[in-house]
Design a protein around this ligand. Sequence first.
Ligand code: PRP
Ligand code: ZN
Length: 300
Amino acid sequence: MDPKEQRIKIAVQKTGRLTDHSLDLLERCGLKVRKSKDQLFCYGENMPIDLLLVRDDDIPGLVADDVCDLGICGLNVVEEKRLERDANGKNALFKRVYDLDFGHCRLSIAAPEGTRYAGPKSLENAKIATSYVGILKQFLAENSVSADIEYFSGAVEIAPKLGKADYICDLVSTGGTLKANGLTEVETLLESEAVIIQTQVPLGGEKQELVDKILQRLDGVLQVRESKYIMLHAPRSALAEIRDLLPGTEAPTVVPLEGSSDRVAIHAVCRENVFWETLENLKAAGASSLLVLPVEKMLA
Ligand code: PRP
Ligand code: ZN
């Protein structure tokens, strides 16, 4: 068998809000890549995994057509493409296998500030500009509202100013774009985040094993993101109080200190960030020599 056949291809957004974070996560899973001259292909040097850098809107299609085995993109795009394929009588052919907990945003309907909005009924016969035709159509149908959908491939937010629409339906992250265009959110259709999708075509033993391994490593990477390793000294009598103060820890390690009958060293992994307030409270409970370290990897 051609060994090339066993490589996994992952589609990743080329430039945009998910790019840096997606590449960073894969790197944290141990993947080292070399970019091609045209910057569109990344060859995995230490694992049989290659990356294709593409437009986010193209990712579900590439996975559905089995050009890529996996794809990292926004749930908004995944849902839209699923509904689009559905409307064309095609199966999705990709499945959501992992939620990455970054790239949070929402797909919302917005209107010029001052618009009187009293629920979905206000959209009756209105003109709505969007590039999310599928999701918007579904929302309107669910609410038994009929409206005019104007397809815009980009710059949706200027449609009301141009007199092309009464409302827009677009992604909102910080809200900056809406604000800059005098628009305000009236309805949220979908809460989105970055997800991993996988082709529905069975991958075969070795490839699936590798995918499972990557997903397991992602578990570890996401778990340690907020985790800290904390070390401190404390009187044995304060142990219970200190344990209560340590955020998100299970069983701390307690070791006696050489030459001291009363004081012990306490080491623990905190699953949440350790803030100054926590350290101050620990100190007040009798702790000293406090040290907080980042956790790089964890395997349960
Ligand atoms: C979205 C959306 C807005 C902007 C909103 O576009 O179309 O333009 O982000 O973000 P904000 O609330 O932080 O201002 P995006 O950058 O995702 O590009 P794309 O839809 O063309 O992929
Ligand atoms: Zn896009």
